[in-house]
Design a protein around this ligand. Structure first.
Ligand SMILES: NC(=O)c1ccc[n+]([C@@H]2O[C@H](COP(=O)([O-])OP(=O)(O)OC[C@H]3O[C@@H](n4cnc5c(N)ncnc54)[C@H](O)[C@@H]3O)[C@@H](O)[C@H]2O)c1
Length: 321
């Protein structure tokens, strides 16, 4: 029913998409108001819920103004521009939302990845790989400095801590927690290699100790040209087998002596189903009162892992969460 962007062409583009969608769904485009000031959108009574997809440093203020205006909110990750702000989001936005019976979800699609949830079931419910010892994940890719992510002005001259790693790496904070549970200790080393995203470490090697004693390792880089397939790869190692995870695939291996046999494979249509699932969760939370999976509290703890990794790399220390 309404779109907003400080760039009117961007707002108009979304309005066109919304009109097409409305026509497909309801047989008519309906009236879609276009705004340049988000406060005028928030003042519209026909707006029940807002999707916030903004430069990261604006998430806190606009989330806050949205719940104050009585709107349900689904907001892109990460939850804030730094840990203090993220704490304020959890304290203030949650309280206002609870008092006004509003749903707030962080659009962290990794909490909705089917292959991740399948792997978790194999490892921890079915105990298919014995005792879980170690969880390893990596996402290595080179952000093109001339287009997309690494050229977005608000990313180049960023007003939030952690640059590319806070932006993209936070998904892996979510992945590690989803698989291993809460984290107790973090230790990291970092490098600053990217030609445009220069205000922050862009490559981190992070060691993790989970509260349950599982150890973990996460390598994230937005600056290294890794081979195809190095994006979003993950393994769960157990005393009697391994689970491998790639976008859309989960494989379960047992290991007797030298040979690992694939016991089971699951293919999910696409990782993009996780975006569908995150929106479905939001819809069902608003319409049917279902619990939100990616709550503000969850998103805070995902982000905390990445911020602790920066603290560790900058201070050469082990950080206890
Ligand atoms: N979950 C994922 O896989 C995923 C992928 C990409 C981006 N994201 C997240 O989405 C968010 C947006 O990223 P993007 O790449 O789409 O950025 P983008 O720059 O393409 O889009 C942000 C838009 O916000 C507009 N904007 C800026 N200030 C505004 C204001 N005050 N009021 C209204 N509009 C304003 C900009 O004009 C721009 O059109 C970020 O939080 C990012 O982390 C998530």
């Amino acid at each position: 029913v309404a779109t907003c962007d400080i760039v009117p062409e961007a707002s108009a583009e979304i309005a066109t998409m919304a009109a097409e969608l409305n026509t497909t769904q309801y047989g008519e485009a309906g009236e879609i108001s276009q705004h340049e000031d988000y406060k005028s959108l928030l003042a519209r009574p026909e707006v029940e819920a807002v999707l916030l997809s903004l430069p990261i440093h604006l998430n806190y203020q606009i989330m806050l103004d949205s719940v104050l205006a009585g709107k349900h909110v689904i907001c892109e990750k990460p939850i804030g521009a730094n840990l203090n702000q993220a704490r304020k989001v959890v304290a203030t936005v949650s309280e206002i939302a609870e008092n006004r019976d509003l749903v707030v979800e962080i659009a962290e699609n990794y909490h909705y990845r089917q292959e991740v949830n399948e792997a978790k079931k194999w490892a921890f419910e079915e105990k298919a790989i014995g005792e879980v010892v170690m969880i390893w994940a990596k996402s290595i890719f080179r952000q093109d400095p001339t287009k997309g992510f690494a050229s977005t002005p608000w990313r180049v001259d960023n007003q939030y801590r952690g640059g590319i790693v806070a932006d993209g790496g936070v998904h892996y904070g979510a992945l590690m927690r989803r698989l291993g549970g809460e984290v107790e200790q973090i230790q990291a080393f970092g490098k600053m290699m990217h030609p445009t995203a220069t205000s922050s470490l862009d490559t981190l090697s992070i060691n993790i100790r989970f509260r349950n004693g599982i150890i973990g390792s996460l390598q994230y880089s937005g600056a290294i040209a890794g081979p195809t397939g190095d994006l979003a790869e993950c393994r769960i190692y157990g005393t009697h087998g391994t689970i491998t995870l790639n976008p859309g695939h989960a494989r379960l291996f047992n290991r007797e002596g030298e040979v690992g046999d694939v016991l089971e494979q699951r293919h999910f249509e696409a990782t993009n189903t996780s975006y569908y699932e995150e929106f479905l969760n939001f819809y069902e939370a608003v319409r049917q009162g279902k619990p939100v999976v990616a709550t503000l509290q969850e998103a805070f703890r995902d982000f905390q892992i990445i911020m602790a990794a920066f603290d560790s790399a900058e201070e050469s220390s082990v950080i206890f969460l």
